[in-house]
Design a protein around this ligand. Structure first.
Ligand code: FAD
Length: 369
């Protein structure tokens, strides 16, 4: 194999980048500070079926549940969006990481665990002419070392699982409230005996665990999870906007996944955007090594593919963040009155608002499994 790429971070984005490079005959070594890949699990895993197909992960063994829709709550109003076909899978994140690792290893990448990369180590590993991918999450050591700008926006999160009999496993519940400005609270049926509750808020007013405690004390939710054992509580952060620079051409450094801020700002979901970012980055590296193309092609190709959707996701996020509970309650009543739930159920694409609009106007129903 030719080339020698170092990848910092063996999350989904780093491993997908290693797999893509390996399949093009380019050698990559992936470093991660964790002793056990993907553990502890700080994040949940609702991923659209169409999005999963786009990142090429053989995810079957990681599926714990399948979703057909969502209930969106604000104040006293609820909008029920339901599709006749499956929309998304709930994935066990540690298993998803393991499946990505298998693919990367099969493609020829080496994965070194239990190795925290410090700024000093970055220079040693990379050497003068080497190419490095920073796939080291939102608090990226690589981005900081190469001064690629701060994360412009982020939310803080807390999530935990309740062991209980889950009555409806087909829909996720999203709760909008001015208390949880920035994102929302969620209840996700991970399986028929595990319900995940989580919250994402703007940093500042309270910490994520305090917001979570308030969220699960809310009358509707407290009644539901009363007496259930709570496990796997974890705090984390989600970037909400693309980092100012995702390529440092001079130093030959590319950021992918959360390190680059590749998420959709309506939900904070980053597996599909970050996975595609990793694929696009690997192609740009291949073009650079084989034809001397600029690594900046990565930046241009990512933005070409995702800018319009990211902008629309950001607009929707701003709309619900600024509306407050009353505004959202009113918005939901209007959307119910005009039949928006049924339109979204039939034509909605949870990753792509632009595709949703095109589907509505062309009358083309969403394609699923
Ligand atoms: C509560 C929560 C819920 C979420 N729910 C969803 C969801 O439902 N659907 C969805 O699509 N997305 C969801 N996300 C977002 C999703 O988890 C991330 O976008 C995705 O995990 C990003 O993958 P990544 O590979 O870029 O980074 P990460 O998964 O963060 O991986 C980064 C890796 O880098 C390693 N690392 C960091 N620093 C160093 C260092 N200095 N040296 C060595 N290794 C290092 C870490 O150990 C880690 O393994 C959620 C996130 C949170 C926090």
């Amino acid at each position: 194999m030719r080339g020698n790429i170092s990848i910092i971070g063996a999350g989904t984005a780093g491993l997908i980048a290693a797999r893509e490079l390996g399949r093009s005959g380019i050698y990559a070594k992936v470093y991660d500070q964790k002793k056990v890949l993907g553990y502890p699990v700080r994040a949940s895993g609702i991923v659209s079926i169409r999005g999963l197909a786009s990142i090429g992960v053989d995810y079957g063994k990681a599926v714990t549940n399948t979703l057909y829709g969502a209930r969106i709550h604000a104040g006293k109003s609820v909008m029920r969006v339901k599709s006749s076909a499956p929309v998304a899978h709930v994935l066990e994140r540690q298993m998803l990481n393991e499946l990505c690792r298998e693919q990367a290893a099969e493609a020829g990448a080496d994965i070194s665990l239990n190795e925290r990369i410090t700024p000093e180590r970055i220079s040693e590993i990379k050497g003068e002419d080497g190419i490095m991918i920073g796939a080291d999450g939102a608090v990226s050591t690589v981005a900081k070392h190469f001064r690629m700008g701060p994360l412009a926006d982020h939310v803080i999160t807390y999530k935990a699982e309740f062991e209980m009999d889950v009555k409806d496993t087909t829909s996720v519940d999203l709760f909008f409230d001015r208390e949880y400005r920035g994102l929302f609270g969620w209840l996700c049926p991970n399986s028929d005996d595990r319900l995940e509750a989580g919250i994402g808020i703007m940093p500042g007013r309270m910490n994520a665990k305090q917001a979570f405690d308030r969220f699960v004390r809310n009358d509707d939710i407290a009644g539901m999870v009363d007496g259930a054992r709570m496990t796997n509580g974890q705090a984390s952060i989600i970037p909400m906007r693309l980092r100012r620079r995702i390529v440092d051409e001079k130093n030959k450094v590319l950021l992918v996944g959360d390190a680059a801020g590749q998420v959709k700002p309506t939900t904070g979901g980053g597996i599909v955007f970050g996975g595609n970012g990793a694929i696009i980055a690997a192609r740009a590296i291949q073009g650079h090594l084989e034809r001397g193309r600029s690594l900046m092609e990565y930046d241009a190709s990512y933005k070409k593919r995702f800018s319009a959707d990211t902008r629309m996701h950001s607009m929707i996020n701003k709309l619900y963040t600024r509306s407050g509970t009353k505004g959202m309650d009113f918005g939901i009543r209007i959307m119910n009155a005009i039949g928006m739930a049924s339109l979204l159920g039939r034509y909605g694409d949870m990753d792509s608002p632009t595709k949703t609009m095109m589907n509505v106007f062309s009358g083309k129903q969403r394609v699923t499994e």
